[in-house]
Design a protein around this ligand. Structure first.
Ligand code: ADP
Ligand code: ZN
Length: 547
């Protein structure tokens, strides 16, 4: 597909220069354009900042008819149209925000082919009869040249950003079987990709995939302590003074608290979350885009549709919900290719908190579960995604890039990291230890104490605590009481957490009291534990060599 002998090559290169001001193509851009121009269905996986927009905007310009672009957010659409109109490219959009007469005007202009690109939100496709008549008309006159699905991963329930309206986009292929479809996304595991291809009914589609490694981003994981915000303040002042960044927080309240503390430290900062007035949100995003404020403390509601190229840092104040989501959120840093930092503050107890939120969130989304099996399946997927994220955080030896890219089915040579992640920066290297015996003892302790205690408590007993509570429960009389006394600090905890991420032990959320604090108990998953207990499976973990 990289040929420069296609009938459109000359015009393509000229328009890339004159209309977009680019001197060359980025990886895969030319190939994608050639494939879609040849009339194929195309699926594109390209990391954020890779230059996806050009792969449909240029074809739109050099094709005769209209290109339909489905895009999840109006703010994203407006941003694109602003850029296009600056380059004198006729583009417009239809959304619920416009009043009837405006819509009529646009429809008329669309019929007379005044525009090259039409952006719509997915609910328009699902609900607007006028739009579907317009597309039918254009199509019967041969004026519908291409259909583009941006952020195509939103089709998939397994992705981190499922949007129900995307499900209905399959009708496009039904109604316009001859029109080439171009699906674009910056996140897709193999499973999400299959979902997208199926839901959009893509035929013999050509897939372009490139490495998701973002060489200009540096990844650091730091322990989250009570002094987390002080640490963030110091990090920003030392490395990114007066530069621009995003701090992702778990809850609305966290956003406000973190923002307030940083403001006290002298930063220009604002919070941003879903329960704010939409006007206020737009206002804050504008201030940030224009560098009037440097830092936004936000929930993940702040993200898609941010095109600021010079974001220098993305900080996660709490555990992200999945590796995919984490990669995507970090991807908002350094779109201009300049070095940028991603810092993740991790403490194991956030796992329980996030899991609790996921359980509640899924119940809210699906309501009283009508279809129990799909509800449970969705919940299970989210929990699995979260466990993979915990496992990423618990790993303190392997290259962060490698750990992220494995998740996208990519191999990565860690020497290419060149010490740009916290694990590769460690001097000491690592050693492997067989911890099968300790793991077995921990599982047995969970059983002996009746599957009704927290991991903290189990560890206390294992290390030989004589606390009031231990004595009251008579767990000081257990044979395994104190069996882990000799272990280095944190070692048993690390093994315990490994057992959780491998689902040999499950953390069951017990209750959330009226103050919102959550407690959990450990239970043995007998199915998964059997290999360990019967001696069939050994557990070998890597530890930093200095330990
Ligand atoms: P994505 O949608 O993949 O995140 P964008 O389409 O927003 O990426 O492009 C990211 C940035 O790269 C934009 O500022 C865009 O102008 C720039 N860009 C895209 N293609 C090229 C190119 N061939 N040469 C130079 N800059 C490019
Ligand atoms: Zn590394």
């Amino acid at each position: 597909w990289s040929s420069t002998n296609f009938p459109w090559t000359k015009e393509l290169e000229a328009k890339n220069r004159n209309k977009f001001g680019n001197h060359s193509f980025r990886p895969n851009q030319r190939e994608i354009i050639n494939a879609t121009m040849s009339g194929h269905d195309v699926f594109v996986l390209m990391p954020t900042g890779g230059g996806k927009s050009l792969t449909y905007q240029l074809p739109a310009l050099i094709s005769s008819g209209l290109t339909l672009v489905v895009c999840p957010l109006v703010s994203l659409i407006q941003d694109q149209i602003m850029h296009l109109s600056q380059a004198n490219i006729p583009a417009t959009y239809l959304s619920g925000n416009l009043d009837w007469s405006e819509q009529q005007e646009i429809m008329k202009d669309l019929m007379s082919c005044r525009y090259k690109l039409l952006y719509v939100t997915p609910e328009k496709i699902a609900k607007s009869g006028a739009l579907s008549r317009l597309l039918d008309n254009l199509n019967s006159q041969g004026h519908l040249s291409r259909i583009v699905i941006d952020e195509a991963h939103c089709v998939s329930q397994w992705g981190h950003d499922f949007r129900p309206d995307y499900k209905s986009l399959g009708v496009l292929k039904q109604n316009f079987p001859k029109t080439p479809v171009l699906a674009l996304t910056a996140t897709a595991t193999a499973r999400v990709k299959e979902d997208v291809v199926q839901a959009l009914a893509l035929e013999n589609c050509i897939v372009f995939k490139q490495s998701f490694n973002r060489a200009n981003l540096r990844y650091y994981l730091r322990p989250k302590t009570k002094k987390c915000v002080e640490d963030i303040d110091l990090f920003i002042r030392t490395n990114h003074s007066k530069e621009c960044g995003i701090i992702y927080c778990l809850s609305r309240m966290d956003c406000e608290k973190v923002a307030e503390k940083l403001r006290d430290c002298g930063h220009k900062v604002s919070h941003y979350h879903g329960s704010m007035d939409p006007m206020d949100r737009t206002h804050i995003q504008k201030l940030w885009s224009k560098d009037k404020i440097n830092i936004i403390c936000a929930t993940v509601a702040f993200g898609m549709g941010i095109n600021k190229p010079d974001v220098r840092f993305v900080i996660h104040h709490s555990l992200p919900k999945s590796i995919e989501g984490y990669h995507q959120e970090c991807g908002r840093a350094g779109r201009d290719g300049q070095p940028s930092s991603c810092v993740l503050y991790y403490q194991y107890s956030d796992y329980i908190r996030v899991r609790h939120m996921i359980t509640q969130g899924v119940t809210e989304q699906t309501g009283a579960p009508r279809d129990l099996s799909s509800h449970e399946q969705a919940l299970k997927t989210h929990k699995d995604n979260l466990l993979r994220m915990v496992s990423y955080c618990e790993n303190d030896v392997d290259c962060r890039r490698l750990l992220q890219l494995i998740h996208f089915g990519e191999k990565f040579d860690p020497s290419l990291c060149a010490r740009t992640c916290d694990n590769c920066l460690k001097e000491s290297g690592w050693v492997e230890k067989d911890v099968t015996n300790i793991a077995r003892q921990l599982v047995e302790l969970v059983t002996r104490t009746g599957h009704s205690h927290s991991s903290t408590y189990i560890l206390e007993v294992y290390r030989g605590s004589m606390s009031q509570n231990v004595k009251k429960q008579r767990h000081d009389a257990l044979a395994l009481h104190g069996a882990g006394r000799h272990l280095a600090k944190g070692e048993a905890a690390r093994i315990m957490r490994h057992l959780v991420t491998e689902e040999i032990l499950n953390e069951d959320v017990k209750k959330s009291d009226m103050y919102g604090s959550i407690s959990s108990v450990l239970k043995v998953n007998h199915l998964k534990a059997s290999g360990l207990l019967s001696g069939k499976h050994n557990i070998v973990l890597k530890f930093p060599a200095s330990d």
